[in-house]
Design a protein around this ligand. Structure first.
Ligand SMILES: Cc1cc2nc3c(=O)[nH]c(=O)nc-3n(C[C@H](O)[C@H](O)[C@H](O)COP(=O)(O)OP(=O)(O)OC[C@H]3O[C@@H](n4cnc5c(N)ncnc54)[C@H](O)[C@@H]3O)c2cc1C
Length: 446
């Protein structure tokens, strides 16, 4: 039921396709408060379309492209770089496309809708003894993560989420349904794995998943007062660790009179206590240990997150980068940034290993040499940008999923050399009118 008072200029509400009208939400509807914002971003769209089939997604795209307002695409609503809400525009929300199907037990093929969350995927795969490395938080949606990378708990052992992708179905800018895999529309399939948001709305992903049993899950609380030394030692420990261990470090802002605290989270793909302890010991020795817990538990329990309504306000301010090594110079510069208070949440995730086995030109995620993904959240755009820009010489590209700086250099860092040229060619072919531009837009014109 709509009051119609909140209708926004520029949107022709009478032209909404009949099949979409019943599930559409507009300002004034009772449901609006639940769907206007995302996990990290406040918004007030003029219309949220919620197609329930790929054909309806096609209708939504054909309608939305005729409306002279912003267009956001939403799956799980956890976008950082992706503006999956907006002010006065249209959002196509594909969260209803959330089915998870086992296609073939022999080859461990599964088909997943973009609206599933990674906690749902982990729960559906667990009874088969399978898992798919995705990210560190189960509330994140499949659509945004699986079109851009996916740095998860088995990254060093099994690679990125996009490295497990075998086929996609998507709706392109003219509203048509297109299949892409290594044989059919192979160039599009290449581009979807790293820059998918620019080419359409993926309506299903076909993955080959891995065999995974119970795993070791560790949380260490460290005194990171010697921040530079700690980061350097942790980086070295990760680079020399066997691939069955993947870990991340989170450091909050400094607090007066208290030591700087770091939290290490680590997953060891083993259920053997001796193996788990031997993998974790070098990591735990990188700084004075204040507290820890180590458990053997199902991967799905690490990913479990109850569904929640998103009610964020404002816009996240982040910077992101990839680095080959946590060198003494990078570690010292990161230590200074953290001490300055310009970031309240600084995280380094381990990558490398199997991620680096994939050739840089095999997918649109080209920065394959990096052993680390870094992200900083800050209270202020200008101050964080100024500080982070000073760190750029230490980096080797970026992972756009954690980036909110819209200056054009970021595209070149994420898609180095010929990668961006190839992506622009694809954009001209599949989206010449630049319909999909809510997430690090690769403009057809350059
Ligand atoms: C708490 C948190 C933890 C995170 N942890 C990790 C992590 O460990 N590893 C990691 O790699 N990333 C991580 N991320 C980043 C995450 O992968 C991205 O933010 C991702 O875009 C979220 O996907 P979503 O579907 O939930 O987002 P949405 O907000 O729904 O979408 C974000 C953007 O993705 C694009 N998009 C969405 N759906 C589709 C689709 N069906 N087809 C094409 N494009 C689409 C659109 O451009 C959209 O604006 C994390 C994010 C958060 C908030």
């Amino acid at each position: 039921m709509s009051s119609r008072h909140g209708r926004r200029e520029g949107i022709d509400y009478d032209a909404i396709p009949a099949a979409l009208a019943a599930s559409a939400v507009e300002p004034g509807d009772a449901e609006f408060a639940r769907v206007r914002s995302t996990y990290l971003r406040g918004g007030s769209p003029g219309l949220i379309l919620r197609p329930g089939t790929p054909a309806e997604v096609g209708q939504a795209v054909r309608y939305a492209r005729t409306q002279p307002v912003k267009l956001g695409i939403r799956s799980g609503g956890h976008g950082i770089s992706g503006r999956s809400t907006n002010n006065g525009g249209i959002v196509i929300d594909v969260s209803r496309l959330n089915a998870i199907e086992i296609l073939d037990k022999e080859t461990r093929r599964v088909r997943v809708g973009p609206g599933a969350r990674w906690s749902d995927v982990a729960a559906a795969l667990a009874p088969h003894g399978w898992a798919l490395s995705s990210g560190d938080y189960g509330g994140v949606g499949v659509g945004g993560l699986a079109t851009s990378g996916g740095i998860g708990w088995f990254a060093r052992e099994h690679g990125l989420t996009i490295d497990h992708l075998r086929a996609v179905d998507l709706v392109t800018a003219d509203g048509s349904q297109v299949h892409a895999d290594e044989r059919e529309n192979a160039e599009l399939f290449w581009g979807v794995r790293g820059a998918g948001a620019n080419f359409g709305i993926v309506t299903s992903f076909e993955f080959e998943v891995d065999e995974v049993g119970d795993v070791g899950f560790a949380q260490f609380v460290m005194d990171a007062s010697d921040t530079a030394g700690f980061l350097e030692r942790w980086g070295a420990a990760m680079e020399s660790a066997p691939r069955d261990v993947t870990a991340s470090v989170i450091i909050g802002g400094p607090r007066p009179g208290q030591p700087l605290i770091a939290q290490i989270l680590a997953v060891v793909d083993s259920d053997d206590a001796d193996t788990i302890v031997s993998r974790l010991r070098p990591i735990s020795e990188t700084a004075p240990l204040l507290d820890y817990s180590i458990q053997v538990r199902p991967y799905e329990s690490i990913m479990h997150v109850p569904p929640a309504t998103h009610q964020a306000q404002g816009d996240p301010v982040t910077r992101s980068a990839l680095a080959d090594h946590l060198t003494p110079a990078l570690s010292a510069a990161a230590g200074e940034l953290i001490a300055s208070g310009l970031t309240y949440f600084f995280q380094v995730r381990a990558v490398g290993g199997a991620v680096s086995d994939v050739a840089p030109d095999a997918t649109a995620y080209a920065n394959r040499s990096a052993n680390f993904s870094l992200v900083a959240f800050g209270p202020g755009r200008r101050a964080l940008d100024a500080a982070w820009d000073g760190l750029l010489p230490h980096f080797n590209g970026t992972y756009l999923n954690f980036e909110t700086d819209l200056r054009p250099e970021r595209l070149h860092e994420a898609y180095p050399g010929t990668t961006l040229t190839r992506l622009r060619e694809l954009k001209r072919r599949y989206d010449p009118d630049n319909v999909f531009r809510d997430n690090f837009n690769i403009a057809p014109s350059g």
